[in-house]
Design a protein around this ligand. Structure first.
Ligand code: SAM
Length: 472
């Protein structure tokens, strides 16, 4: 039994404890013996504490940094193999009553065009996304109880799940909307969402309050305790994130690991995913103003150290990052990426006219989904369109046990290959298809259970007969 009375935000994200960790890591960044000891513990692949993880992040000893990267690669390979899960964001509405200083949807922005998709427009967007080959979406919306109430979000989810165009369907809808009540989280759960995602932006209360001067999001405790309420509402896959560039990265790195530890301790299961977005230029936003930008090298180290600290948590990278940057972090720990994203409200069915800019931020990777899929396969990865887990009830601790028992190779791997085959058959260019067919043949051999291997092979060979969506 887990303690249902979770501590309050300022207890599980203790400012005093984080400041102590910052001092400790600074003092020990060249302490060979200590760092070697932490690495030794980390090699068990069961994670390390927030304090230990920060020492690794701060480590200045070159040979030990090489060890950190090596271990991150090994953990990634051990738990996630070479599969990369694909998704796309879908922006429903940019109406927002919050005052977030870094987001162009903020309430005082009078120049951005406000837009909210109708159910008919959602149909058009979803058909366009299905025609690219997407099966998994992340819904995004500003916070505005009048324009985007929970009933609107639920209608959108129902519409999305109801559309089956040619062989296409959206099989998993993740949701990234503002912090809300247990009752509303329960409504999302009942509508069949996958992961509930909410970025903390920063764990530093003082910075948080400056960055969120007005609107419901200005309440630090309400925002920070959102994941506890989501879990109380029955959602057991939750996704954390901080927006790097807003505040000191060492503080927020420590905070996000503490948050993961809190969920594991009080809810019995850690976060399903951690996202690592970096602040981008947007309509009336200049990232330079925030003065906390991090280099690509530090960004890579953050990914590696999160991978080591919480091996059981998937990691997500978006098109905020360039192709080159995405390539580097894929091997260090990323397990999900978006492709061909639009951050405007609408824009998949018809590109947005220039004068109608509704975008949340500029994307850095503008490739088509086919180009991303081909690039991944050429790099030795298996792009996966799998959405099986939550539909088969493998969420929360049940997914974690699958991961911990290393049975993913007989579950995720065949599912990845079968959904990749669906993609190749229905949507890929001839060149991508040729590369994919060869890859699938090779990767089928990785499956260790002979019955599973046979079943997957059978599905893959007979797919042209029209069957879709078989899964383990
Ligand atoms: N409105 C919801 C909320 O407040 O949590 C969530 C949706 S918001 C569309 C998704 C995320 O985009 C935010 O949590 C924030 O981290 C990120 N974001 C906002 N402005 C950004 C910018 N200029 N560059 C990069 N990411 C940004």
């Amino acid at each position: 039994m887990y303690n249902v009375m979770s501590p309050k935000a300022e207890e599980f994200i203790s400012d005093e404890e984080i400041k102590e960790c910052l001092k400790y890591a600074e003092e020990n960044k060249n302490n060979r013996e200590l760092i070697e000891g932490i690495l030794e513990k980390a090699r068990d692949m069961k994670g390390v504490s927030h304090k230990e993880a920060l020492v690794l992040l701060d480590c200045e000893l070159e040979d030990l940094n090489d060890e950190i990267y090596k271990l991150a690669r090994e953990i990634k390979q051990e738990f996630y193999g070479n599969r990369i899960v694909m998704f796309a964001p879908l922006y429903l509405s940019n109406y927002c009553i919050n005052g977030c200083e870094y987001c162009p949807y903020h309430v005082k922005n009078r120049t951005i065009k406000r837009k909210k998709l109708s159910q008919e427009e959602i149909r058009e967007e979803v058909i366009a996304l299905q025609d690219m080959g997407h099966k998994r979406l992340a819904l995004e919306a500003g916070e505005d109880p009048k324009n985007n109430p929970i009933e609107y979000i639920i209608d959108c989810i129902n519409t999305i799940y109801s559309i089956h165009h040619k062989n296409g369907d959206i099989r998993r809808v993740n949701v990234n909307i503002a912090a809300t009540t247990v009752e509303e989280y329960r409504m999302l759960k009942d509508a069949g969402i996958g992961t509930y995602i909410l970025f903390q932006e920063t764990y530093n209360k003082e910075s948080y309050e400056k960055l969120h001067p007005s609107g419901p999001k200005s309440d630090y405790a309400y925002h920070t305790e959102a994941m506890d309420r989501a879990m109380d509402g029955g959602i057991d896959d939750v996704g954390l994130g901080v927006l790097f560039g807003l505040n000191n990265y060492r503080y927020d790195f420590t905070g996000i690991i503490m948050h993961a530890e809190h969920l594991e301790a009080y809810k019995g299961v850690g976060p399903h995913t951690i996202s690592v977005p970096r602040l981008r230029k947007a309509e009336d936003i200049d990232p330079e103003v925030f003065d906390n930008g991090i280099s690509d090298e530090m960004f890579q180290k953050i990914v590696a150290c999160i991978r080591i600290a919480v091996p059981y948590t998937g990691m997500i990278i978006s098109t905020r990052e360039s192709k080159e940057c995405r390539e580097k972090v894929l091997e260090l720990g990323i397990s999900q990426i978006s492709g061909a994203s639009r951050t405007s409200v609408g824009g998949y069915a018809e590109p947005e006219p220039e004068e109608e800019n509704t975008e949340q931020f500029d994307v850095n990777d503008n490739r088509t989904l086919d180009e991303v899929v081909k690039w991944l396969m050429e790099g030795g990865y298996v792009p996966s369109f799998c959405t099986a887990c939550y539909r088969a009830g493998r969420t929360g601790d049940r997914f974690m046990s699958l991961l911990k028992s290393k049975q993913i190779v007989n579950c995720c791997h065949p599912n990845a290959l079968m959904t990749l085959k669906e993609y190749l058959e229905d949507y890929a260019s001839p060149e991508t298809k040729a590369i994919g067919e060869e890859l699938i043949k090779k990767e089928l051999e990785v499956i260790t259970n002979p019955k599973v291997k046979e079943k997957a092979r059978e599905y893959i060979e007979n797919i042209h007969e029209g069957q879709r969506d078989f899964r383990f």
